[in-house]
Design a protein around this ligand. Structure first.
Ligand SMILES: [Zn+2]
Length: 331
């Protein structure tokens, strides 16, 4: 396995301290059929259930990723990335996160005995920072929003490996099996639609890789907040609007690094982007909780997006999967 630049194709070894190509291109992962990712380090990840849910006339299947060891889907990517980092003998990592990825990476780094520093926005919930620090990771709080954490970690990397869930393709690699899991759970069928909240696109790109392996693609519908919708703007060729803070913290990513890739994927799947309001997100969170499903606002955003998208009705035979990205206990 090795990284290569998506623009100029230059190869880089997995243990490179560059996190992107010198030409400015993002890394992708080259993997031969015999290449297996390492899996020794585990925290007891589960095959998450598909829970049927009915909201009015709309029937969907919630993929309960909130049941993963640290309470979010990011455990899938973190497990793969930490296993490879550990295998490479790297002992010190740093990363930036809106919270979930930081908790996942901190937990798996703890399991591997790797020193971990997480740069977070300074308005991170106390539940989330307690979780990250409890795993033994160091937290650095950065003012003025999520994008500044990214700049701060890059500036202060020192001898640490940048274990980014955005830049490092090994994280996306860990997301890939989730597609096969959904396929299996639906009796070897792919769903017609998958709705997901999209910030940096970890799940979108990871699931795309997974479904490509299966040879068929569901329609991917990305859900963003109307206050911060760079993917919507890029997909529909709209003038970029000033970005504001949404209550769905995990998707307030103003300038996603893999935006073009995400637009390409959505077009290839015959997908779409839906914008939702904070009030819709709150309403969806309340609704899900009233049915016994306690998830983060970002997950509720995806539910709100599906409700909006199918407001005029959905064909009965369509299977719609909505990953519940994270637990509601974290804030
Ligand atoms: Zn390049």
């Amino acid at each position: 396995m090795y990284f290569y630049c998506e623009k100029c194709k230059k190869p880089y070894p997995l243990n490179t301290h560059s996190y992107m190509c010198e030409c400015g291109g993002m890394f992708r992962l080259h993997k031969d059929p015999m290449d297996d990712v390492h899996t020794e380090i585990t925290l007891g990840e589960v095959e998450t259930p598909l829970l049927p849910m009915k909201s009015g006339k709309l029937e969907v299947l919630l993929k309960l990723e909130n049941l993963q060891p640290t309470g979010s889907f990011k455990d899938r990517g973190a497990r793969t990335l930490i296993n490879e980092i550990n295998h490479l003998g790297i002992k010190k990592i740093a990363l930036d996160s809106a919270g979930n990825a930081g908790a996942s990476m901190a937990a798996y780094a703890a399991a591997a005995g790797i020193e971990c520093t997480v740069y977070v926005p300074d308005d991170l919930s106390s539940e989330m920072s307690n979780q990250i620090e409890s795993y033994g990771a160091k937290i650095v709080k950065v003012a003025n929003g999520r994008m500044n954490t990214c700049a701060a970690v890059k500036k202060n990397l020192g001898d640490a490996y940048y274990a980014s869930h955005v830049y490092n393709p090994l994280f996306f690699e860990g997301m890939r099996p989730m597609a096969k899991e959904i396929y299996k759970q639906l009796g070897n069928k792919i769903p017609e639609y998958i709705f997901m909240p999209v910030g940096n696109g970890t799940m979108l790109i990871g699931l795309y890789l997974g479904f490509m392996e299966l040879g068929r693609l569901p329609h991917f519908v990305a859900v963003q907040s109307s206050k911060c919708a760079p993917l919507y703007e890029a997909f529909y060729d709209k003038e970029p609007q000033p970005k504001k803070t949404t209550i769905a913290h995990a998707i307030r990513i103003e300038t996603p690094k893999r935006l073009t890739t995400m637009v390409d994927i959505l077009k290839q799947t015959g997908g779409d982007v839906v914008m939702v309001e904070d009030t819709d997100i709150l309403k969806a969170k309340k609704f899900l909780a009233s049915k016994g499903v306690y998830v983060e606002l970002t997950s509720a955003a995806a539910m709100a997006g599906a409700e909006k998208f199918f407001a005029a009705g959905k064909p009965d035979n369509y299977k719609v999967v909505i990953p519940m990205t994270g637990s509601g206990l974290k804030r």
